[in-house]
Write a protein that binds this ligand. Structure first.
Ligand SMILES: Cc1cc2nc3c(=O)[nH]c(=O)nc-3n(C[C@H](O)[C@H](O)[C@H](O)COP(=O)(O)OP(=O)(O)OC[C@H]3O[C@@H](n4cnc5c(N)ncnc54)[C@H](O)[C@@H]3O)c2cc1C
Length: 345
């Protein structure tokens, strides 16, 4: 390969998506990751692409909304190039409504969604459909939205990596950064930033999830008792996740995951008895502002950073890829103010 236009450090969902968007703009790209694609937080199993609630609109919600709408085309192109399915489908989501107060709120959001989601997706209060696997809902109503989608994180990384290779991108475990350099190094990148600036810029928040042998590939995902229940296209169903600021072992799974699985089975009795085929744990990169960190790298002049995907990195990835490619290749800076590194420094 001749000298690349862009080097992306980190082959998680942020780095791979940025590399993909750079390739699509005609750039030559290399990706370097000492552990290989999808070896960090992005190598998991949950894959809920779920929107923020449609109210109190802000830059972060608008960015995520656009990204969720971009996802269908983004993943279709990746799949067509790689020949590997990322397991994407906009199958929607159902959520139980626990009480009268929540019902009132859900109905108010039905109104605000009409305006904020611009008719491109629906948020509505419904009676549980006869043939659905909806969880029990004390109020007798459910929230249904048509913006939520699902995908399989680990397969999505595999699909993106293969698509990049098909387009001539080198994915290496080591190498010399050349051209425009973009750091998408997840928790390691936040820790480096925190160390070098002596500021609590961000850190890793542990999450544990599980995969069940339960097939419902066309069913909507569920969000019940604060747990994502995500049926995948391959006949498995994911359950997640714990949120742990304190942990001893970032990759161990334990009784906290057992509790999440039990709660999911209680909420959706159909899942009871399903075999647990995988238990998985990873560290989500969380910035101090809880928002993604996109822009000029605070430590390395002329270089860039894309980090802080936290709990919604997969949902944000298509738009993160686009804005970072525009910034690095064209100098076109459309990064929302709240995502700039200064917000966490
Ligand atoms: C249990 C769990 C469930 C989740 N569920 C969802 C969900 O349902 N929906 C959703 O949208 N998000 C979800 N997330 C969050 C999502 O996984 C993260 O936001 C996302 O993976 C972050 O991607 P990343 O590319 O920034 O980081 P990572 O995937 O961690 O990638 C960073 C990469 O950088 C590499 N690296 C480190 N140092 C260097 C270096 N010096 N040079 C080069 N490379 C380096 C690492 O090896 C790693 O591969 C979940 C996370 C967890 C843990």
């Amino acid at each position: 390969m001749t000298r690349p236009d862009v080097t992306v450090l980190g082959a998680g969902i942020f780095g791979l998506s940025i590399a993909w968007c750079c390739v699509k703009k005609g750039a030559s790209v290399q990706v370097i990751d000492p552990h290989g694609p999808g070896s960090g937080a992005s190598g998991g199993v949950v894959g809920a692409l779920a929107p923020h609630v449609p109210e109190n609109w802000n830059e972060k919600k608008a960015f995520q909304f656009e990204s969720l709408l971009m996802a269908e085309r983004f993943w279709a192109e990746v799949a067509a190039t790689s020949g590997i399915s990322p397991g994407y489908a906009r199958t929607g989501r159902l959520q139980p409504v626990p009480d009268e107060r929540a019902l009132e709120l859900a109905r108010a959001r039905e109104e605000t969604a009409r305006e904020l989601w611009q008719g491109r997706a629906v948020w509505e209060v419904i009676r549980p459909p006869e043939d659905s696997w909806a969880p029990a809902t004390p109020s007798g109503y459910l929230i249904r939205d048509t913006l939520s989608a699902r995908m399989h994180p680990r397969r999505a990384c595999r699909s993106l990596a293969a698509a990049l290779q098909a387009r001539g991108v080198s994915l290496a475990m080591q190498g010399e950064p050349e051209g425009k350099v973009i750091h998408a190094t997840g928790v390691a990148g936040l820790e480096e930033l925190a160390r070098e600036t002596d500021q609590p810029v961000g850190s890793g928040v542990k999450g544990q999830g599980a995969l069940l042998q339960f097939s419902a590939p066309h069913a909507p995902q569920l969000f019940a008792d604060a747990i994502h229940i995500v049926p995948h296209e391959d006949g498995t169903t994911a359950i997640g996740s714990t949120t742990e600021r304190e942990y001893d072992d970032p990759v161990a799974t334990d009784a906290r995951l057992d509790e999440v699985i039990e709660r999911a089975m209680r909420a959706v009795p159909l899942l009871s008895g399903a075999r647990v085929i995988e238990r998985w744990s990873g560290l989500r990169p969380r910035t101090r502002s809880r928002a993604p960190m996109l822009g000029s790298h605070p430590l390395f002049e002329g270089q860039f950073i894309a980090n802080g995907g936290f709990k919604i990195g997969f949902g944000m990835a298509p738009k993160v890829g686009q804005v970072m490619a525009d910034l690095a290749l064209d100098g076109q800076d459309v990064v929302p103010q709240v995502f700039r590194p200064e917000a966490s420094l």
